[in-house]
Every structure is written in structure tokens, then in C-alpha cells.
Write a protein that binds this ligand. Structure first.
Ligand SMILES: Cc1cc2nc3c(=O)[nH]c(=O)nc-3n(C[C@H](O)[C@H](O)[C@H](O)COP(=O)(O)OP(=O)(O)OC[C@H]3O[C@@H](n4cnc5c(N)ncnc54)[C@H](O)[C@@H]3O)c2cc1C
Length: 398
């Protein structure tokens, strides 16, 4: 029998680490290389639909998720000024019943720690910034800023929106500023206990802005992300603007609950949104990409990390299924299976950026009327998204 193939994953974010775990469970020898000196995630929350939660539970991460993640009972969308309900939908237990997996809200650092704890630490290599790679036919050679070189059978770039692997495969191209910045903060729940918030997710839609909040860390913290539109972004100008006072100014005139939550934050930081055009393919020879490295998407479907997790599951299934064949063939299959779904979500996320930020007027009224009648949040209507199992390979025809 031939020895198991070796796979190098570049980037130990949520996408890279989950893929590494999926690949290891599929029987490959996997090493992860991360530029940072230690594993880190920004202090914020993440929404995890059942399509991704299913994969995390299957990877055996249930104990950690049940301890640290929250199962929101529903989502509630409201108007920015008077708080009027635009739409409501149940999330749990409906998702558990319909899709066999819950909808979760989780602190990013908690999630990363849960995934990392399930992967052998000796196969995670911090302090390794990939600076170059070359296709050697039967393997990919890669080298790092610390002088180390590797030559795995397969190399996976999970190195985020500024991906060096993507640049090596398809050329350098800077991402463009998407005209949006987010104020993000965490609120200890005892500071807002009098608001009596139900254990769910709420989003507030207003002219040129929207704000989302939900619980994380076993319900001890409320996470909020408030998006506002801006023409320009300059890191140097903006980094000092991430104060609570600035966030409050950005949401001037909004409902008292929104302002109270922002004012109660422990700290507040700011995040600029960047964008890239979709790629026609992600794989070249024995090298491929996943997550934000190949399909960064606006977070307005809350699916960026979820799709990175799906990528890892499909990649592992394709490579396992094609174990005895040329890996390049399996990587092409991975591209074919993943691209249409991810492109659809990129397009829907872009559309929501406009839809969520409509100025008050006829278009906003038409949107609200549609939300009130058909809605777009009910789990039952999201079968194509939540019911999908990325670890099961579709039979390809034609
Ligand atoms: C405000 C906000 C809210 C969001 N909310 C949601 C949500 O609710 N649900 C959801 O599913 N998604 C959400 N997303 C999207 C989600 O955060 C991203 O899609 C996801 O984190 C991408 O994961 P990744 O592993 O592909 O990339 P990253 O998390 O960027 O990880 C890349 C890793 O690669 C490392 N790296 C980079 N370059 C190199 C190199 N040259 N060599 C070695 N290592 C390198 C980096 O240090 C990093 O650790 C949100 C995004 C934002 C900005």
C-alpha cells in the first residue's frame, strides 16, 4: 500500500484549522503553517449556520461547542429608529429538527481554541510566513520567511484575503475597499440585564447602516457588529476612531436599545471590509485554496467562515475519494463542486449590502412589506443553504 499523502495547510484561521482536521480524519498526514507567533482570532462573534455546525459536530467538537457556543432561539429584524419588527424567525430547535444540527453563535477565539484542541499541536507550526512556492510536478515546494522549506504532496492556501498562495498562483492583485466599516464590541451581559433580551440574534436596519447583536461565550457576552458606509478607508486615519464615542456617533438617532448596547461595551474596535472579484478556479496542479483566500465575501449572509468550513469538508472528501489517482484531478473536482455555491452566496451577500442599507423611502417600504409577508429568514426556506452536507460528494453528471 502507498504511504498516506502529505498535505501542508498554510494559515491557521478557522478555515485552515478545520480543513486540517477534516483532512487528518480522512487519513492524510497534515501540517499547518501559520505566520503569527501564536494562534489568534479577533475578539468578536460569529454566526454559524447548521450547514457548518454539522461539520464541526461530525469532527467531534461537540463538547466544546456545547460548552462555549450559544444556540439562539430566533432571529429578529427591526427598524433602526422605532424598533418596529420587520421579520422574526425561529432558529433553534427548528434547525436541529429540520437539519440535524443547530444554528450557533460563538466567540471566534472560543471556536478557534475548540478546533485547535482537536488537532495535534506538534503539527501546527507558528512563526512560518509563506513567501514563495513552486510546482515540482509530483509535489509543491514552498518556503517561509524563517528559511524553512517544505515539499508536501499537496498544498492548501488557507491564508485569508491577502493570500500569498493565491498571489503565487494567480498573480498579485490588491483587494478593494468595499465602502463599509464595522464597529465591533463585546458587552458583559450583567451590564444590560435590564434590557431583558431574549437568547436570540437581533439585527437593526437603517439608512446607510445596520447593526447585529447576539450572545456568545456561553451567554456571558453580547457581541455586536455595527456596519456603516464610508467612501474611503485609510488605516492610519481610522485606527484611532474605534472608540465607543465614535461608534455612538455613527449610530446617532438610533433606537435606545442599540445605543445602550454600544455604550455598555468593554472595548470597541473597527474593521474595514474588503472585496475581491470571484476567481474562475482555485486549483493549479497540486496546489489549491480555501476560505477567504479564494472567496472573500461580505458577511451579510453570515457565511464566510461557514463556507471555509464547508470547503475543508469537500476538499477532504474529494482527496479521499481520489486517493489512488492524480491529486490534481481531485482538486479540479473540488473546484467544480464548490464554486457555484460559493459564488451564489457572494452575490447574495452583495445584494444584502444594498438591501440592508436602503434610505427611508419607497424602496425601503417595499423591502419591509416583503419581509412582513414572505420573509427570508425562516429555516424551512433555507433548505438549500442549511440542509446542504458539504462532506457528501454530489454525483457529477455530464
Ligand atoms: C465583521 C465580520 C463579521 C463576520 N461574521 C461572520 C459570520 O457571522 N459568519 C461567518 O460564517 N462568517 C463571518 N465573517 C467572515 C469570516 O470571518 C471569514 O470568512 C473567515 O474568518 C475566513 O477564514 P479563513 O480561515 O479563510 O481566513 P482567516 O481567518 O483570515 O485566516 C487566515 C490565516 O492565515 C494566516 N496567514 C496569512 N498569510 C499567511 C502567510 N503568508 N503564511 C502563513 N500564514 C498566513 C493568517 O495569520 C490567519 O491566521 C465575518 C467577517 C467579518 C469581517
Amino acid at each position: 500500500m502507498s504511504p498516506p499523502r502529505t498535505i501542508a495547510v498554510i494559515g491557521a484561521g478557522i478555515g485552515g484549522l478545520t480543513a486540517a482536521l477534516s483532512l487528518r480524519r480522512a487519513g492524510f498526514e497534515v501540517d499547518v503553517y501559520e505566520q503569527a507567533a501564536e494562534l489568534t482570532e479577533v475578539g468578536g462573534g460569529i454566526n454559524m449556520g447548521p450547514n457548518a455546525a454539522r461539520i464541526l459536530y461530525r469532527l467531534g467538537l461537540g463538547d466544546g461547542l456545547d460548552r462555549d457556543a450559544v444556540r439562539p432561539i430566533g432571529s429578529h429584524q427591526r427598524r433602526w429608529d422605532d424598533g418596529r419588527t420587520l421579520q422574526r424567525a425561529g432558529l433553534n430547535p427548528q434547525c436541529e429538527r429540520l437539519y440535524g444540527a443547530p444554528h450557533l453563535t460563538v466567540h471566534r477565539a472560543d471556536l478557534l481554541a475548540i478546533i485547535a484542541a482537536a488537532f495535534p499541536a506538534e503539527h501546527i507550526h507558528p512563526g512560518h510566513r509563506l513567501v514563495g512556492l513552486a510546482d515540482r510536478g509530483d509535489r509543491t515546494e514552498a518556503w517561509f520567511d524563517n528559511g524553512e522549506r517544505i515539499a508536501p504532496d499537496i498544498l492548501v492556501g488557507a491564508d485569508g484575503i491577502h493570500s500569498a498562495v493565491r498571489a503565487a498562483l494567480f498573480g498579485e492583485e490588491a483587494p478593494s475597499f468595499a465602502g463599509c466599516v464595522a464597529y465591533r464590541g463585546l458587552v458583559p451581559v450583567e451590564r444590560i440585564a435590564d434590557l431583558g433580551l431574549e437568547r436570540g440574534s437581533q439585527s437593526w436596519l437603517g439608512p446607510g447602516a445596520h447593526l447585529v447583536h447576539y450572545f456568545v461565550s456561553g451567554g456571558r457576552l453580547l457581541n455586536f457588529v455595527g456596519w456603516t458606509e464610508h467612501d474611503t478607508w485609510n488605516r492610519e486615519d481610522w485606527t484611532d476612531r474605534a472608540t465607543i464615542a465614535r461608534a455612538l456617533a455613527a449610530f446617532e438617532g438610533w433606537h435606545p436599545q442599540v445605543r445602550r448596547i454600544i455604550a455598555s461595551a468593554e472595548t470597541c474596535f473597527i474593521w474595514a471590509l474588503f472585496d475581491r472579484d470571484p476567481l474562475p478556479r482555485w486549483s493549479v496542479g497540486r496546489t489549491t485554496l480555501l476560505g477567504d483566500a479564494c472567496h472573500p465575501m461580505y458577511p451579510f449572509m453570515a457565511q464566510g467562515a461557514a463556507q471555509a468550513i464547508e470547503d475543508g469538508a469537500t476538499l477532504a472528501a474529494c482527496l479521499a475519494d481520489g486517493r489512488d489517482r492524480d491529486p490534481a484531478e481531485a482538486l479540479r473536482r473540488y473546484d467544480r463542486l464548490r464554486l457555484p455555491r460559493v459564488t451564489r452566496l457572494q452575490q447574495m451577500s452583495r445584494a444584502n449590502k444594498i438591501r440592508y442599507h436602503l434610505p427611508d423611502g419607497p424602496a425601503q417600504q417595499a423591502r419591509d412589506a416583503e419581509y412582513a409577508t414572505t420573509g427570508d429568514r425562516a429555516p424551512a426556506a433555507l433548505q438549500w443553504l442549511f440542509g446542504f452536507d458539504a462532506g457528501v460528494l454530489e454525483v457529477e453528471t455530464g
